[in-house]
Design a binder for this molecule. Structure first.
Ligand code: DP6
Length: 333
């Protein structure tokens, strides 16, 4: 019989002694994958087909405060100060995450999340949101857990949240165990102070197909997906090397090719999936032209139309002139 999320959480929390406090606040950064998480070997536990590697965006992320509300019958969820309707998928996902901890400590909570990233900025907030929620829950119950255990619990909320538990460059190890107890992220030791990420917000239209559904459709219907694990394995080795020697050409070209390969598998799905808008293509073509002109700039995209640019400090002023509405992030600032 397959394991449930609660079974896995129970294994992690089995030896914990909870000493609840009234309230606890935690922050977790957004992360951008340079080698993407694309495809699951277990959809219930968010166990991935491949290892992935990301960079966290320092101060851009989610801040989540949880308060215990003794006597309350239901959890309350607030997003950016507004109450979240109990019928929404968002509310249900948050409550399901709290439920993982409920066998240890009964009672309802109020969860207040503030996303420090403007809505529609093209930065995934579910990764930072679930990582911050997990850290806040661990904090409010004063649980003595390792970062790897926190990463596993965050992963069960959203796969990419496993990486948002840390700053800097982070590798999520896919693991091989059926219970996913070896599927967690770990930070890489390297820092790269000159590394920059430019975020282009091209459109804030809500996407029709979420990444969870898009990922599943690709795995189920695209023959091209068969080549993805090999692509990811090659790319992650190249990225680790590029980070170790601070080689922007190798890092950027690998990340861009990885993103294009992921989008190729989506296009090869049925029905086909294309997250790009006309503005995305224009931005990519501009990146390619700038590169032809000698500027070291590379692009990556996730399950949405917005484009993120990878470059070093030496290219920053040229990049700011080329993309006047770009938000520049210094991950190791
Ligand atoms: C394209 O982590 O949002 O951004 O595990 O189903 O919640 P679930 O998926 P999610 O997928 C992220 C996919 C991606 C690539 C990445 O971040 O690695």
């Amino acid at each position: 019989m397959s394991l449930t999320r609660s079974d896995v959480a129970a294994k992690i929390l089995a030896d914990c002694v909870a000493e609840p406090v009234d309230t606890f606040e935690a922050f977790a950064p957004v992360n951008i994958a340079l080698c993407k998480y694309w495809g699951k070997r277990n959809a219930l536990l968010n166990l991935p087909v491949n290892d992935s590697l990301s960079v966290s965006l320092a101060k851009k992320g989610s801040t989540t405060r949880v308060h215990r509300i003794p006597g309350a019958q239901e959890d309350e969820v607030f997003l950016n100060g507004q109450p979240v309707d109990k019928d929404t998928g968002f509310y249900k996902k948050v409550v399901a995450h709290i439920d993982l901890f409920r066998p240890l400590v009964a009672g309802c909570l109020r969860v207040d999340t503030v996303n420090g990233v403007a809505t529609g900025a093209g930065l995934a907030s579910s990764a930072s949101g679930f990582a911050a929620l997990t850290r806040a829950l661990v904090g409010v119950y004063s649980l003595n857990l390792s970062n790897e255990q926190v990463s596993i619990l965050a992963r069960m909320g959203s796969g990419s949240a496993s990486r948002s538990v840390y700053e800097g460059f982070v590798r999520w190890h896919k693991g091989v165990r059926a219970d996913g107890m070896d599927s967690f992220a770990r930070p890489l030791p390297e820092i790269w102070p000159d590394f920059r990420i430019g975020v282009l917000t091209l459109t804030s239209d809500a996407k029709k197909t979420g990444s969870r559904e898009g990922m599943q459709r690709t795995v189920d219907s695209a023959i091209l997906y068969n080549s993805w694990p090999e692509q990811a394995e090659r790319d992650i080795a190249r990225l680790e090397h590029a980070i170790a020697v601070r080689d922007i050409t190798l890092l950027g070209s690998t990340a861009e090719q990885n993103a294009m390969a992921m989008h190729a598998t989506m296009l090869a799905s049925w029905p086909p999936l294309l997250y790009w808008q006309a503005e995305s293509v224009t931005a990519l073509q501009k990146v390619w032209q700038l590169r032809d002109d000698g500027l070291q700039v590379y692009a990556t995209m996730d399950a949405g139309p917005n484009v993120k640019l990878l470059f070093e400090a030496s290219a920053e002023s040229d990049m700011r002139s080329a993309f006047t509405d770009m938000d520049v992030i210094v991950p190791f600032g």
